[in-house]
Design a binder for this molecule. Structure first.
Ligand code: C2E
Ligand code: CA
Ligand code: CA
Length: 433
């Protein structure tokens, strides 16, 4: 039995240990049973050399399901869904296999997306049902067994419904990108000393005909799990640069100087990690005739998962004149580490800190310290999520440079953002509050 090694198996194990000190390889003799139907499963195997027969039933009633050779994986089904073996495995000739422990497989599965786990469960379920059906062909009196878990149980589960919803959302989002359904809104960034608008952050919106306005929290993460974020990212760059031209025309029309004006564009980690990201960015700015100096790239710590590549890409962008802001600063687990290793241009303090600024002494100490550190490194700070005059006043006292938040303005469609540039007094309400 697989879980209770026989004397022979035990001896084989001892031989394995002698030959293969890490004990991850097993030798099987010709005709040796590797596991039998009904055994509990605690390991899977990868064939290094030799051949293995997979079959159901016994003796004359046995039915061959497969013959596997070098490179093939087997015995995984039972450990994926923690059930007993639904087929047997036997070495056809001398056979050498790498042993994969249940823990090794389980760890990989647990760290995969819920969708992958569910798809695995459903296809295993079908595979087992098919094996059971084959057994009834060779041994009709057995009759078709009732599955332990009916397939409808998976389909009705909340997890399955959530996965279906995500797939539908993803397909809708794919068509939205194809059909140009996305749009950008712009939220002003103010110099907290002069209270003048210095730039805008472009933020993505999806006015979906069926779902209504979908917030980015709902779909950006989903797009980031797939490669969909890449065409979306291209779309965002394209339209942000085109809209920057509109802002510049507005300033020219009003006779206002705008060489320091900028647009902040959120760049997702996956997008930033593309090998040709820099070339695409440069090509986009050239296409629209805008200067690198007027574009800030907002990136989060997630880009540092590939640290060397990220530092290299940031260096390239900065050398070409683009500024790089570290967004959501303070929420990652190694923010200070990256500050030491990589030069950037600006720190954007996460809005969760600003939210508690006037109610939590600890948040206040942390925000004050972040601003001090940034200034000592020669970096300006942006505070996002400013909602009250008290938060703004505290940030001003602390020396924060730029502010963004509902106190000044919600994100606006382009036409309204353009109007704001010409009527900066519309933001003046917070002065008296
Ligand atoms: P983020 O980059 O941190 O963007 C700032 C978010 O804070 C925006 O949410 C903005 O509307 C919100 N915000 C600004 N001021 C306030 C305030 O005073 N109070 C509160 N409660 N919220 C405020 P939004 O537009 O819903 O975007 C959420 C996140 O979605 C963004 O966080 C960013 O991570 C992602 N996102 C949005 N647009 C894009 C985009 O174009 N590309 C990428 N890659 N991600 C985007
Ligand atoms: Ca941002
Ligand atoms: Ca942020």
């Amino acid at each position: 039995m697989e879980t209770n090694p026989t004397v022979n198996e035990h001896n084989a194990l001892i031989t394995d240990i002698a030959v293969f000190p890490d004990c991850n390889t097993r030798l099987f003799n010709a005709g040796e049973t590797i596991f039998s139907e009904g055994n509990s499963a605690d390991k899977a195997y990868i064939i290094e050399s030799g051949y293995v027969e997979i079959f159901v039933g016994t003796g004359h009633d046995s039915l061959q399901l497969n013959v596997l050779g070098p490179g093939d994986f087997f015995g995984e089904m039972g450990i994926i869904d923690a059930s007993t073996r639904s087929a047997s495995a036997k070495a056809i000739g001398p056979c050498r296999c790498i042993v994969v422990s249940a823990a090794q497989v389980a760890e990989r599965i647990e760290s995969s997306s819920p969708m992958v786990r569910l798809l695995l469960a459903v296809s295993l379920h079908r595979n087992r049902a098919y094996n059971a059906y084959l057994k009834t062909l060779t041994n009709p009196h057995i009759g078709l067994p009732r599955p332990a878990v009916p397939e409808t149980a998976y389909v009705r589960s909340q997890q399955y419904q959530q996965i279906l919803d995500d797939i539908k959302l993803e397909s809708d989002l794919q068509s939205a990108v194809r059909n140009d359904e996305l749009s950008l809104v712009y939220q002003p960034l103010l110099d907290l000393n002069t209270r003048k608008i210095v730039g805008f952050e472009s933020l993505l919106r999806w006015p979906c005909p069926q779902r209504g306005m979908v917030a980015p929290q709902q779909f950006v993460a989903l797009a980031e799990e797939t490669s969909l974020i890449l065409p979306m990212g291209d779309w965002i760059l394209e339209h942000s640069c085109a809209d920057l031209r509109h802002f510049q025309h507005q300033f020219d029309y009003l006779g206002l100087e705008h060489s320091d004006f900028f647009i902040s564009i959120n760049i997702s980690a996956r997008q930033f990690q593309q090998a040709n990201f820099f070339d695409r960015l440069l090509a986009c700015t050239h296409r629209h005739g805008v200067n690198a100096q007027q574009i800030k790239l907002e990136v989060t710590e997630r880009i540092f998962l590939n640290e060397i590549e990220a530092i290299d890409a940031i260096g390239k962008c900065r050398a070409a004149g683009f500024e790089v802001s570290l967004d959501d600063f303070g929420t990652g687990y190694s923010s200070l580490n990256y500050l030491e290793r990589c030069e950037i241009d600006c720190l954007k303090i996460d809005r969760s800190f600003i939210h508690k600024l006037c109610t939590s002494d600890r948040a206040k100490i942390l925000v004050g310290s972040i601003i001090d550190i940034a200034h000592q490194l020669g970096l300006p700070t942006v505070a996002e999520g400013i909602e009250t005059p008290a938060q703004m006043a505290t940030l001003q006292t602390m020396g924060c440079d730029i502010g963004q938040g509902f106190l000044f303005s919600h994100p606006l469609p382009l036409a309204e953002a353009l109007a704001l540039v010409s009527q900066p007094l519309a933001l003046g309400g917070f002065d008296q509050a």
